[in-house]
Design a protein around this ligand. Structure first.
Ligand code: ATP
Ligand code: MG
Length: 391
């Protein structure tokens, strides 16, 4: 959407290093009320399973994308028996403070977003204002989960870093829904007309996905090799239209979408659904997993730790993409990031988070982490049943 492009563009000039100063939660999950002031370097938050560690990071990241990073519905985020949740925070960049707030009401299903006390015209205009990246244990699901999980990763990231992406995504989704409706009603002429409307936004999504994956593959491989002791890895964009270069013998993205829609039209009509297009794309994540030195799809062949390794490498690439777009490092929200990693890999991840990265860190873990994150300068807080102590 144009608004988002302009918002992000203007941010590029004024942004320094982002620091989360204060946070206030009301009625969010197991936090009926929570108010925090955060240290500059960040904090390590330790607490047992189910105490609210992931909930806290979920609340904070809500201010980046205005939905749950865990894929939860808004109504699930409201504290049991309450009607409204509200999350607000102040973020400082280059000496300038921005207030972000988001609220959602169960009874009216209304979401309200504010930037410095004003409601933006479109919610998408406020996307990415925080500048944060979450590393979560669930990220392994990025690797082993269904293609929709990886599309979601690409869609969220590209909505934050690629001007115009979120608008194209909204238009594309709206037209797919219309085409599906026409197909179900067996109105082929109408479906064909809607199909034409898929070409422009669809090509834009595919072009952006292709460019991001191709442009970031080397960086991903580098991070992966660093964590996994030299084992190589790669990312590959897998369009649902078939693997091919966009301007190769099979034509431009536009031509390929048009052709694919025509070819699948009768089958789509029988099933009442659009079966080809970027809404079915995937991202292949492959790596060397043993001495054979061949790249294998980690979705099928990766161990738990190998999948986590690839997921962390992917998040590091995401952090770099955000930093380039914003002109500053994001705030690192690290949800139990060292779990499942052997000592060697944990030490290498730490090194990657320490070398050349100085952004604020909010690290959660069930047990104290004996690794010198931010040079060992992080304060340690305890969390128990949604209450934080040691502040
Ligand atoms: P783990 O170490 O197992 O990952 P965690 O500290 O990350 O634990 P969270 O996922 O943050 O745990 O919190 C889970 C707790 O939040 C559970 O006790 C759950 O019942 C509670 N919870 C989840 N949703 C709500 C809600 N809408 N209202 C109140 N409590 C909720
Ligand atoms: Mg958790």
């Amino acid at each position: 959407m144009q608004g988002t492009a302009e918002t992000l563009e203007s941010m590029t000039e004024e942004v320094g290093s982002a620091t989360l100063r204060t946070v206030s939660l009301r009625g969010f999950r197991n936090f009926p009320a929570l108010d925090l002031t955060l240290p500059d370097a960040g904090v390590m938050i330790i607490g047992p399973n189910g105490s609210g560690k992931s909930n806290l990071l979920e609340a904070l990241y809500y201010l980046e994308i205005f939905r749950s990073f865990r894929g939860a519905r808004d109504r699930e985020l409201v504290t049991f028996d309450q009607d409204v949740f509200r999350v607000s925070a102040s973020i400082e960049r280059a000496g300038r403070e921005t207030q972000l707030a988001a609220a959602w009401q169960k009874s009216t299903r209304r979401k309200k977003v504010e930037v410095d006390g004003c409601e933006p015209e479109r919610l998408s205009d406020a996307l990415g204002r925080f500048g944060a990246v979450v590393f979560s244990l669930d990220d392994s699901e990025l690797v082993w989960g269904s293609p929709s999980r990886r599309r979601r990763f690409l869609d969220i990231l590209l909505s934050l870093v690629e001007p115009g992406y979120v608008g194209a995504l909204q238009r594309y989704r709206a037209v797919v829904a219309q085409r599906n409706e026409a197909l179900r009603q067996n109105r082929l002429e109408v479906a064909r007309a809607w199909g034409e409307g898929l070409v422009e936004p669809g090509a834009r999504l595919m072009e952006a996905r292709h460019r991001w994956v191709a442009g970031r593959n080397e960086e991903f491989a580098g991070y992966h090799a660093m964590i996994a002791g030299g084992h190589s890895a790669n990312l590959e964009y897998v369009p649902a239209l078939g693997r091919a270069e966009p301007e190769g013998p099979s034509g431009s993205w536009e031509e390929r979408i048009e052709r694919a829609l025509t070819e699948s039209e009768s089958s789509d009509a029988r099933r009442g659904v659009t079966q080809v297009g970027p809404h079915r794309d995937d991202l292949a994540i492959q790596a060397v997993v043993d001495a054979r030195q061949e790249h294998r799809d980690l979705r099928s062949f990766g161990s738990g730790g190998q999948r986590r390794t690839a997921a962390i490498a992917l998040r590091l690439v995401e952090a770099d993409s955000l930093a380039e777009r914003l002109g500053s490092e994001p705030v690192y929200l690290l949800d139990d990031v060292f779990a499942e990693l052997d000592e060697t890999r944990a030490a290498r991840v730490l090194e990657l988070l320490e070398t050349g990265r100085t952004g604020q860190v909010l690290l959660t873990a069930p047990k104290p982490v004996d690794l010198p994150i931010r040079g060992g300068s992080l304060e340690r807080w305890r969390i128990q049943e949604g209450v934080i102590s040691g502040v």
